[in-house]
Ligand binder design. Structure first.
Ligand SMILES: N[C@@H](CCC(=O)N[C@@H](CS)C(=O)NCC(=O)O)C(=O)O
Length: 206
């Protein structure tokens, strides 16, 4: 059976769980990271030397990097749908997946950890404001992209949506002011009607 390590309040773990849930695959998940520990143990480091979550074990094949886990699962079990066969549609999904990791995640991180994981008296207001401002600009970019399409890579739901959904769920639920992003909000509402998204993303952000 597929095995996954990682705590559910990590957006990177949520991506992998969402892929598994969308695919309807049986899997076993072990909480790991932060208060659950495990991820710095020698056994875990032998699987994932980064000591980070998530890690996937597919019958002895060990994989880390959340976007790669999503791509692998979608290519193995949903080629032609979640993993588009059309090269350009797939590259479009890949582009936004990499953008999420390389650009959006880093911009949103300080605002999220400041507002959600830091006691009010210890918050760095300047860092939080800078993070919210950067994220607002990036979300506007995503919003403009979604103005012309139903989903990240066009007219159908793909791995691109799976990777963007957890971070956008976080953004739409962070305790801060947000500029209107009507196309991204419409996209998010559509996603939340999917049973797998509703199961994975209705958790409060922590
Ligand atoms: N690029 C990696 C980043 C993984 C990562 O940063 N994971 C965080 C949680 S989102 C982590 O393991 N933090 C340490 C911990 O939870 O103890 C991926 O996408 O899988």
């Amino acid at each position: 059976m597929l095995k996954l390590w990682g705590r559910l309040n990590s957006i990177n773990v949520q991506k992998a769980v969402l892929a598994l849930e969308e695919l309807g695959l049986p899997y076993e998940r072990t909480d790991a990271g932060l208060q659950f520990g495990i991820n710095k143990s020698p056994e875990y480091l032998a699987m994932n030397p980064n000591g980070l979550v998530p890690t996937l074990d597919d019958d002895g094949f060990i994989l880390w990097e959340s976007n790669v886990i999503v791509r692998y699962l979608c290519a193995k079990y949903a080629a032609g749908t979640l993993w588009p066969e059309d090269l350009k549609i797939r590259a479009d999904a890949d582009r936004w997946m990499d953008w999420q990791t390389a650009t959006l995640s880093g911009a949103m991180g300080p605002g999220f950890s400041g507002l959600v994981r830091t006691a009010p008296e210890k918050r760095n207001a300047e860092a939080i404001a800078a993070s919210i401002a950067k994220t607002t600009t990036l979300v506007a970019m995503l919003d403009a992209h979604l103005a012309g399409r139903d989903y990240i890579a066009g007219s159908t739901y793909t791995m691109g949506d799976i990777v963007l959904a957890p971070i956008m769920h976080r953004w739409f639920n962070m305790p801060c002011e947000r500029a209107a992003a009507p196309h991204a909000e419409r996209w998010y509402a559509t996603l939340m009607k999917r049973p797998a998204c509703a199961r994975v993303l209705t958790l409060p952000i922590t």
